[in-house]
Design a protein around this ligand. Structure first.
Ligand code: GLC
Length: 799
């Protein structure tokens, strides 16, 4: 029944010849002889949607993934009919539709083929469920590479792989295991150094085959629903990712503390244990902003309740933790315990909010609390009710963030680990079975949670984290990669998963640092922290049924290295926040796999380990025990070794020496990296200067710094500060132009500029065209300079 092949099936049906077409505003409809309709919609010049029906009419057009505010509109559209084909041309691409069989080819304006149907659209009728198994196959050339698809635990380049999208609670998953927790049916193809994207917006179980079944064919298919996909023209990967992210939406800014370090375990309880952990962070001076309460804080795992024996006065505890700079994040699962005395259960039952089986009974399944019913989050009324449930937790008790788990949805002790497929869902007024709603269940739960937390946290910003997600979930929530294992292989997997999520529109992601299942050695934990501080979401979590996993559970060296790296993350907070800003403003992924960073360099096409954190910091984790360094590829350009400040020319693979307390980190020449002082939590210190690490380069480089009040919504009214540094280095000169935008007045009044790699001795310094009387000797000695923050041009002349 599961369709394991899209091709060799005798019952496959194909569109026959096109008999008519009509053009309606941004769409063109092509009708075949056998009732297939292809609707081509020009969303933008570089973004085209293809939708097929075999019924002779289209069903209601509804998608949870598409952001209603995505940009649309094109500059140019011309539709022409030739003898054998139709041609649709925009200002970016040409699309040819063959009359004889509806097959499609897409070209750029120089007539280079970007994507071509092999068999194109075909389908198999499903007698059992009704509707079709819808299939698409595309021709693929040798050398074509594939990226994206969310949380897949496999190599970065998906060429040669078959992947399955069906949200699954995959405890202790393995390398190459399929399917996993998230579903992002979006991939990027790269061929002849040109990139394009495909987003197959179909929530049924989907499959993607990248030249696995047949060498020169890429195909994707779904167990139901419509063949409905978007073609996104590059030619740069950044264009593809930005368009995809615009189409499926971006989050709002998280509160800055959410980018700090988070500590979690299953579970910290009772209250005294929570306090011991938080106190130890302060005592050891390892910065930490959030502490998590896993399922044991609840009364018998009933969501929205507290175990009063362990937590007699949650409001007081949360307030005391807040005093010490800790934000409390609590877990909330979808399973609602069947218990007539439990108010949430009673209310949902009364209001008929639980999912039902096809013949009427409520969907019943075992999760942590035992037998549960499950709210149908695909019903807007249920989402509204669910949002309202957060009032007490957020407004009254003062919880700052909510962690949604088990929302694949996970069901215990059943072979398929989830709901039976006959379960009914509202699907926002498009009633359907679980076959269609399964993959978006988790996202709709996170969406409802987000709206609740946001409402009651106002005027502060909400923080949500989810395990399961479908494309577009990034609008509501951050995510983590689920129940990984404390092994070196999993460190490799985590590195790729988080990069992959980043180019799949879902940037705010991290892994359970140290591994969830099993016990990491001190060395593995250390190497994981060293990578984890460069992930957008940075949280240690473990299942707690083995040893402890707080930094001090290992030896003192581990504590010191953890502190060193978490300190670095806290120093880099303005840099990280700027990355986030660019993600939500421009759809730029926070982590850039090397292929994204430099797709024109074919050396990058199969790299897995190295990535660029933000725009200017190159990171490569150490993924083996006892390492004294590693080989890595340094992309083209000039880079400074962060630890030694020595300059290397990239575009080659090289050996990099590291110590136990280092991993390879390089900074792009010309970069200006903003840094805050180390704080134990966001907002702990008031400080008077922003540190700028300036890495000299002969040539030009632009850097930006985004700041605001770090929480709240004033930034939406223009109360932010956006600095642009244009650095120009010449043989005996360094020029820094500073441009400011925004109405937010940062609390500091000076810049401390660290001059790194300056190749000359300083002769004079001018600020805004006036020579300043400074102690040049001291500057030469200390390599830094203090400047009033109100400058426009800083000019250093050398001798
Ligand atoms: C699931 C989650 C894990 C959590 C546990 C208990 O396994 O993935 O993070 O700690 O449930 O709630």
């Amino acid at each position: 029944m599961i369709t394991n092949t899209e091709l060799e099936f005798k019952g496959d049906l194909y569109p026959s010849k096109i008999v008519s077409f009509e053009h309606d505003v941004d769409s063109v409809f092509f009708h075949s002889d056998n009732s297939v309709i292809l609707k081509v919609t020009i969303v933008r010049d570089s973004l085209i949607r293809f939708r097929y029906t075999t019924k002779g009419y289209f069903s209601n057009d509804f998608s949870y993934a598409i952001d209603k505010s995505h940009s649309h509109g094109y500059n140019f559209l011309e539709i022409t009919e030739e003898l054998e084909f139709y041609k649709i041309q925009t200002s970016k691409v040409k699309c040819i539709i063959q009359k004889i069989d509806m097959r499609i080819s897409i070209f750029d304006l120089n007539d280079n083929v970007l994507l071509e149907d092999e068999l194109g659209f075909h389908w198999e009728e499903s007698y059992e469920f009704g509707g079709n198994i819808v299939k698409m196959s595309k021709a693929s050339k040798d050398g074509e590479c594939f990226y994206g698809l969310g949380d897949k635990a496999t190599q970065m380049n998906l060429k040669g792989k078959r992947l399955e999208n069906f949200a699954t609670d995959q405890y202790a998953f393995q390398k190459d295991q399929e399917p996993l927790y998230k579903v992002v049916p979006f991939y990027i193809g790269l061929q002849h150094k040109q990139a394009y994207g495909i987003f197959f917006d179909n929530t049924f179980r989907t499959f993607f085959d990248f030249c696995h079944e047949r060498r020169n064919v890429t195909s994707f298919w779904a167990e139901g629903g419509e063949m409905n996909y978007y073609f996104i023209h590059g030619p740069q990967m950044e264009d593809v990712v930005a368009s995809y992210t615009d189409l499926t939406g971006k989050p709002e800014l998280p509160p800055l503390w959410a980018l700090g370090y988070h500590q979690c375990k299953w579970s910290y309880f009772p209250e005294s244990n929570v306090k011991e952990v938080t106190a130890k962070f302060r005592e050891l001076k390892i910065p930490c902003d959030a502490i998590y309460l896993d399922i044991d804080y609840m009364d018998g795992f009933r969501c929205f309740t507290w175990n009063k024996e362990y937590f007699p006065d949650p409001k007081r505890m949360v307030a005391e933790l807040a005093e010490d700079g800790f934000k409390t994040v609590v877990i909330i699962d979808p399973g609602i315990k069947i218990d007539k005395e439990y108010s949430v259960y009673k209310e949902a039952l009364e209001k008929d909010y639980f999912c039902k089986r096809a013949d009427g009974p409520y969907m019943k399944g075992k999760v942590w609390p035992g037998e549960c019913n499950f709210p149908d989050y695909t019903n807007p009324e249920v989402r509204e009710w669910w949002a309202g449930l957060f009032k007490e937790l957020i407004s009254d008790i003062g919880v700052k963030g909510v962690w949604n788990d088990m929302n694949e949805p996970a069901v215990m002790e059943v072979p398929n680990k989830t709901f039976p497929m006959d379960v009914r869902h509202d699907y926002d007024g498009n009633p359907c079975s679980h076959r269609k709603a399964h993959n978006i269940y988790g996202t709709q739960m996170a969406r409802a949670t987000y709206h609740g937390v946001k409402r009651f946290a106002y005027p502060k910003r909400p923080f949500i984290i989810t395990r399961s997600a479908y494309a577009g979930a990034q609008r509501y929530t951050s995510s983590w990669t689920g129940d990984n294992v404390a092994t070196w292989e999993h460190l490799w997997i985590a590195n790729i998963q988080v990069q992959r999520m980043s180019i799949s529109g879902m940037g705010f992601t991290g892994s359970d640092i140290g591994g969830f299942a099993e016990q990491p050695s001190g060395e593995l934990f250390t190497r994981w922290i060293q990578l984890g501080v460069f992930h957008p979401f940075c949280r240690t979590h473990s299942s707690g049924d083995h040893g402890d996993q707080e930094p001090w559970a290992f030896d003192e060296e581990v504590v010191d290295i953890t502190r060193k790296f978490v300190n670095l993350r806290y120093q880099l907070l303005p840099y990280l926040y700027t990355m986030f800003w660019q993600y939500i403003e421009e759809g730029i992924p926070m982590l850039k796999p090397l292929v994204y960073f430099d797709q024109a360099d074919t050396q990058t096409h199969y790299r897995n380990d190295e990535f660029v954190f933000g725009n200017q910091i190159l990171v490569c984790p150490i993924l083996e025990p006892n390492a004294i360094g590693r080989r890595m590829y340094v992309p083209r350009g000039q880079w400074y070794n962060y630890w030694t400040n020595s300059l290397v020319n990239g575009g080659k693979e090289m050996w990099v020496d590291t110590k136990y307390d280092e991993i390879p980190v390089f900074v792009k020449a010309g970069a200006v990296i903003p840094k805050y002082p180390v704080q134990q939590y966001v907002g702990e210190l008031e400080f008077d200067e922003l540190t700028l690490d300036l890495y000299y380069k002969e040539g030009k480089e632009k850097s930006v710094v985004y700041e605001d009040a770090q929480d709240g919504y004033d930034y939406k009214k223009g109360r932010y500060s956006f600095l642009t540094f244009q650095v120009t280095g010449k043989e005996l000169e360094l020029n820094i132009q500073l441009h400011k935008e925004g109405k937010y007045d940062t609390p500091y009044s000076m810049y401390k500029i660290n001059l790194i790699g300056l190749p000359f001795k300083i002769k004079s310094i001018e600020i805004d065209n006036e020579e300043v009387a400074v102690d040049i000797e001291a500057i030469e000695r200390d390599n830094y300079l203090i400047v009033d923050k109100e400058f426009n041009v800083l000019h250093i002349t050398g001798k």
